[in-house]
Design a protein. Structure first.
Length: 256
């Protein structure tokens, strides 16, 4: 269906903020730790961790503190729930004593309640602090940036992401159409592209089909819908998209 050269009445207002800085700094966002004798594993980010030991696995809320001021580099991850658990990481080469795998960047000591301390090795992931990224301001976007229309298009984008029947990794573009419809180009977790046609106002999905030729400006930026965990991005620039309530609806990622 052809596009119309007009913008529909504002349906959603995004919070405005100063333009994103040219350079965004990365911080430690996640860690992956493994221990032996006894065996244990912790995969965690700044807010939640998944702990596993033989015969058991559970998710717990947590907090990550980075002690940049203390050489050679220390981190502490602790459970903030009822289970008492503290993991202390020190920056030094650490290798498994039971597997022929390359060493990783941090050595760790795990303390759980009254149990004896356990040792392990950890790798860390550095990325932008997505929850502190600059807030997107569509009014400042140039004409070729499809996200300038996001205030009108976001409800339809969200409907296609949730109900379009596609395992969405990102949204590459969205655009208004005639007869009260809009299009949303979805990219699934395998990289395949799909076009979701949705009706303005009602949110009724008309169709979801394989996408055709690339659209002007497609992928510049991509919209990353909000998930249980913020995206791990360490290149380009990242901007938060906020609902009027202040809730994060997702992120705009400019890859270059």
């Amino acid at each position: 269906m052809p596009r119309l050269p007009f913008v529909l009445p504002l349906a959603l207002v995004l919070a405005a903020a100063p333009a994103a800085a040219a350079v965004q700094e990365t911080v430690v966002q996640a860690l992956t730790c493994r221990g032996e004798e006894p065996f244990w594993a912790l995969d965690a980010n700044r807010r939640v961790g998944r702990f596993a030991e033989p015969g058991a696995e559970r998710v717990m809320p947590g907090r990550l503190d980075v002690l940049d001021w203390l050489p050679p580099g220390w981190l502490v991850w602790r459970s903030t729930g009822p289970e008492r658990m503290v993991l202390t990481l020190r920056a030094e080469s650490c290798a498994s004593t039971m597997a022929d795998t390359p060493p990783v960047s941090h050595r760790a000591i795990l303390v759980r309640g009254e149990r004896p301390p356990a040792a392990g090795c950890c790798s860390i992931t550095r990325a932008y602090d997505a929850l502190a990224a600059p807030v997107a301001d569509p009014a400042t976007k140039p004409a070729e940036d499809w996200s300038r229309l996001l205030p009108d298009l976001l409800p339809g984008v969200q409907r296609c992401v949730v109900d379009g029947g596609v395992a969405v990794a990102e949204v590459a573009s969205a655009w208004p159409m005639n007869r009260g419809f809009m299009g949303v180009r979805l990219v699934d977790t395998g990289g395949a592209r799909h076009d979701c046609i949705v009706e303005f106002g009602s949110g009724r999905i008309d169709s979801v089909n394989a996408a055709g030729a690339a659209l002007p400006g497609e992928g510049r930026p991509v919209f990353l819908p909000a998930r249980e965990r913020p995206p791990i991005i360490d290149q380009g620039t990242l901007e938060r998209v906020l609902l009027p309530s202040g809730t994060v609806a997702g992120w705009l990622h400019y890859r270059d």
